[in-house]
Design a protein around this ligand. Structure first.
Ligand SMILES: C[S@@+](CC[C@H](N)C(=O)[O-])C[C@H]1O[C@@H](n2cnc3c(N)ncnc32)[C@H](O)[C@@H]1O
Length: 225
């Protein structure tokens, strides 16, 4: 089902313009765009400091990134979200709370290399990315090889991806892809909420629902080799 456009979407997006680095896609051919189009962000100018940068892909309504940014004021956070309706909720939250260290890109993750310099990101968060079980949609999974290549390019040496999901098949698929695409996987748990990693866990909106339904949460950290 298609989501209804939010009321007053454009004026509300405009009101959050200071938080938004990029919107839309530079052209329809994403591969070509990523190779040829460059509007590289200057982090020092954007955030007014030289703090490390972390990135969430598919930030949804922004609960995770808001909490993360409050807990870690000395880290700069970027949040990518494809859907304008959804990123608006996230941006309005950050704006209302006056959180200074978050900026947004309303673009498909496929074109992140158009905007983010190579080797500039310390950590990437993939929280409850849509599992897309159909074989025909494998390429769209956010841990498919083409995305892992993008993450490898953006990450610094020793940088990492932290993934959480409620889908065991998607989790197993992702572990296989990390191993085959230049990442070493660690900190694996198949029941995050009954593991040693729960103390520092920030619960996302989707996670809250899944946990309420009694589902187990899978988590792993993949480090760039
Ligand atoms: C299932 S939601 C999870 C939202 C949030 N991370 C959470 O845990 O509550 C996945 C989000 O990823 C976004 N998304 C999916 N594919 C994307 C892509 N290629 N680029 C950017 N965002 C994407 C969707 O629009 C959606 O908001």
């Amino acid at each position: 089902m298609r989501m209804r456009r939010k009321r007053n979407l454009e004026p509300r997006m405009e009101a959050c313009a200071a938080l938004l680095i990029a919107r839309g896609r530079p052209c329809l051919n994403l591969k070509k765009a990523a190779e040829e189009y460059r509007a590289l962000v200057n982090y020092a100018k954007l955030f007014g400091n030289k703090n490390p940068v972390e990135l969430e892909v598919g930030c949804g309504n922004g609960g995770f990134i808001a909490e993360k940014a409050k807990r870690f004021p000395d880290i700069n956070f970027l949040a990518v979200e494809l859907c304008t309706n959804v990123v608006l909720t996230a941006m309005e939250r950050i704006r209302a709370e006056g959180i200074p260290n978050v900026r947004f890109l309303n673009i498909p993750a496929e074109i992140l290399p158009c905007y983010l310099p190579e080797g500039s990101v310390e950590r990437i968060y993939l929280n409850f990315s849509t599992p897309l079980p159909e074989t025909s949609r494998e390429k769209q999974r956010l841990t498919a090889p083409r995305f892992l290549q993008i993450y490898r390019t953006l990450l610094k040496e020793g940088g990492s991806i932290e993934q959480k999901t409620d889908s065991e098949p998607f989790f197993d698929y992702s572990l296989e892809q990390y191993a085959g695409n230049g990442f070493s996987v660690g900190e694996i748990t198949r029941d995050l909420h009954h593991s040693e990693y729960v103390a520092e866990n920030i619960v996302t909106e989707y996670e809250q629902n899944f946990v309420a339904q009694g589902k187990k949460i899978f988590r792993a950290v993949a480090v760039k080799n």
